[in-house]
Design a protein around this ligand. Structure first.
Ligand SMILES: NC(=O)c1ccc[n+]([C@@H]2O[C@H](COP(=O)([O-])OP(=O)(O)OC[C@H]3O[C@@H](n4cnc5c(N)ncnc54)[C@H](OP(=O)(O)O)[C@@H]3O)[C@@H](O)[C@H]2O)c1
Length: 255
């Protein structure tokens, strides 16, 4: 990446699989990145992360962090602060749309389950704000830095023409509001930080797999391609991008 002062440290939150794992792989392939911190609930259970850490033992550090447990977010931030290194890029990747216990996006109002809405908020909305709360102090006070949260086009209120998916849409819309808030507050301690929401497109991961049937093949991205495209968007951000919502090709999405 050309836009950061070199060398720089990056953190990928939600890195065990899917797009997050590919962000880690891409960042490790970039000589301007000297350290990558990869977090998820159980990093040592992620084959992808374990294998990358064997090939890059000096540049990749695996950190356990459960977004549903504020103590674990605080502990991860404190572990990183002991390295003494400033953070210049943080990507919030973790997201939840469905789970093996029967959580599914709602097709109609009668499908709404309060406990599933709460779970969705926990990961999609509260997670990124807790990460901001505890990692804020790790961003350099000056110099380019980026705090990016993976959102979804379906979280855009202005773009919603189809309805349904109550929990996920609402949780991502709330995450978007948090990103906008952070774009104001984080600049008080990190003057040049840019906070954005990003839509990766439809990507072939566990999250989208049950919903890919109507997606044209050329619009279903591999996780590698999605990560590469979003890193290019991140690299192209300017101070004026702060507080905005961008798609994988750099176009702006209405809130
Ligand atoms: N795939 C798409 O088509 C698509 C489209 C639009 C937006 N997005 C967004 O892009 C992001 C990445 O999606 P993906 O497709 O890569 O998803 P994915 O393959 O399902 O991966 C989800 C990631 O979230 C982590 N996670 C889940 N619950 C967590 C928790 N409580 N604490 C910490 N980490 C947790 C998982 O880690 P564990 O190993 O700990 O479970 C995993 O690393 C999400 O925010 C998603 O909403 C994806």
């Amino acid at each position: 990446m050309k836009s950061f002062s070199m060398p720089f440290a990056a953190l990928v939150q939600g890195a065990s699989r899917g797009i997050g794992l590919e962000f880690v792989r891409e960042l490790l392939g970039d000589p301007s990145v000297d350290a990558v911190y990869a977090t998820c609930r159980s990093p040592n259970d992620s084959e992808g992360l374990v294998s990358l850490s064997q090939t890059e033992p000096d540049r990749l550090r695996l950190v356990s962090m459960d977004l549903a447990d504020e103590g674990s977010v605080a502990a991860a931030a404190s572990e990183l602060s002991q390295t003494g290194e400033d953070l210049h890029l943080l990507i919030n990747c973790a997201g939840l749309l469905h789970d093996p216990d029967g959580m599914r996006p709602e097709r109609r109002l009668s499908d709404v389950r309060p406990e599933q809405m709460i779970r969705s908020y926990q990961v999609n909305t509260i997670g990124p704000v807790l990460v901001a709360k505890h990692f804020q102090k790790l961003f350099a006070p000056r110099g380019r830095s980026v705090f990016a949260s993976l959102s979804a086009r379906v979280g855009s209120i202005g773009d919603n023409q189809l309805g349904g998916w109550y929990a996920y849409r609402a949780a991502k819309a709330a995450q978007n509001m948090i990103t906008r808030n952070l774009s104001i507050e984080l600049r008080r301690s990190a003057k040049d930080i840019i906070c954005v929401a990003l839509h990766p497109g439809t990507v072939d991961t566990d999250l989208s797999r049950p919903f890919q049937r109507n997606v044209p093949r050329d619009r279903l991205f591999t996780p590698e391609r999605a990560a590469r495209q979003l890193l290019a968007v991140i690299d192209s951000l300017t101070p004026a991008s702060n507080g905005n919502f961008y798609a994988w090709n750099g176009t702006e999405i209405p809130w």
